[in-house]
Ligand binder design. Structure first.
Ligand code: PMP
Length: 401
């Protein structure tokens, strides 16, 4: 007999399982377009030069003491300034609660804990469909009822803005809506500035709480200010309370260091003080205090003008390479005569390309061509390089013909 008679088997996480399958494949020309991790032009992990420099500076004075419960103060401050921009930060800082988190996932989880604890009744969570595979799990595991709305038009493989507007208008007031701040995962389709304005207006009208998942600030366009447009608009212009879940996994390449921050822009100083104290208690009961090394690396970069410039250069390096590989794959699909339209691929932005292939084609590419991508045909563009992009384009064409 076992204590765990209610335990049931849960299949492994699809994307981590795909990575394991790729690693076990002995085929020399195998291509990994699964997990969203940046790769350099030779297909290797890339330690950003700005991060390398920050590590060198840190190594001279590094100790391994505990951080405070809510994390490294300089990191929290720099992260908030980065997301809000210096002007909005200055205006908002007394109405801001911040807590360092276990990367973006931990920030979402903390947000969930606070949203659950901070109101008399538990709000519903509205999540775009499709979305990052972990959103439902994070919020369902906290006992939230999750609702979905159609985000992408399967015909055009583009944003279905009318469905988005309609979903918000029909949503229960006082609900939470998960918003990808930029570089929507997996579709790579974001609202235009005009559409963001209309969305903010509807959030206000319907009394919805925007929870921004900001895992790609600066990584999407190469410019943090562009990528933070929606966050700043909602808080500054629309005067909405908002949560922002920041990750430094992609934009600093600090994946495994788990560097993130949850920011809450509130409407009163009193709420900021109270929610700050709740975040401290929630964090204490869960992880006691967050990991130190990655936060020190990030704050050293953000607080130093020279290092920060070097980081901006690194963001350009990564986003430019991704953009050029997106173009190269598109060109190869066209020149090899892949049936159908591929305009969506170059209209999309960010780390991923959403190809719109059927599950059977995805499987065929994996089994016969050793090209690994998520089951929904999302590819991590960073896995492409000059050596493999033609092979990938030609293989997709062959599969479709
Ligand atoms: N949100 C989205 C949309 C993501 O794509 C990711 C990373 N794949 C995350 C959050 C969180 O990642 P991490 O916890 O590694 O920061």
């Amino acid at each position: 007999s076992t204590w765990f008679d209610q335990a049931h088997f849960i299949p492994p996480d699809a994307i981590f399982a795909l990575t394991a399958q790729y690693l076990a494949d002995p085929f020399p020309q195998k291509v990994n377009l699964g997990q969203g991790t940046y790769r350099d032009e030779n297909g290797n992990p890339w330690v950003l030069p700005s991060v390398q420099k920050s590590r060198e500076i840190l190594s001279q004075k590094l100790n391994h003491e505990y951080l405070p419960i809510v994390g490294l103060a300089s990191f929290r401050q720099e992260a908030a300034k980065l997301a809000l921009g210096p002007e909005l930060f200055a205006k908002q800082q007394d109405k801001l609660a911040t807590c360092q988190s276990l990367s973006g996932t931990g920030a979402l989880h903390l947000a969930g804990l606070l949203l659950r604890a901070g109101r008399a009744s538990r709000p519903k969570i509205y999540i775009p469909e499709p979305t990052w595979s972990n959103h439902h799990q994070v919020f369902a595991s906290l006992g939230f009822q999750c609702e979905t709305f159609q985000y992408c038009n399967p015909e055009t493989k583009g944003l279905d803005i009318d469905s988005y507007y309609a979903a918000l208008k029909a949503a229960e007031p006082n609900s939470v809506v998960i918003i990808h701040a930029c570089a929507h995962n997996p579709t790579g389709c974001d609202p235009s500035q005009e559409q963001w304005r209309e969305l903010a207006r509807i959030f206000k009208e319907r009394q919805l709480f925007p929870l921004f998942d900001a895992a790609y600030l600066g990584f999407n366009s190469g410019n943090v200010d562009n990528d933070a447009f929606a966050i700043r608009l909602f808080i500054e212009e629309a005067k909405l309370e908002a949560g922002v879940c920041l990750s430094f996994a992609k934009n600093m390449g600090l994946y495994g260091e788990r560097v993130g921050c949850f920011l809450l822009a509130t409407s009163t100083e009193e709420t900021a003080v109270k929610t700050q104290s709740m975040l401290e208690m929630l964090q204490r009961s869960e992880v006691s205090n967050p990991p130190a090394y990655g936060a020190k690396i990030a704050s050293t970069i953000l607080a130093d003008a020279t290092l920060r410039q070097a980081w901006h250069d690194d963001l350009i390096t990564m986003s430019d390479r991704i953009r050029s590989m997106r173009r190269a794959l598109y060109d190869r699909l066209i020149s090899s005569g892949a049936p159908g339209s591929w305009e969506h691929l170059i209209r999309q932005s960010g780390m991923f390309g959403f190809l719109g292939l059927s599950p059977s084609i995805v499987l065929k590419l994996r089994e016969q061509y050793h090209i690994y991508m998520a089951g929904n045909s999302r590819i991590s563009i960073a896995g492409l390089n000059e050596q493999n992009v033609e092979y990938v384009g030609d293989s997709i064409t062959e599969c479709l013909k």
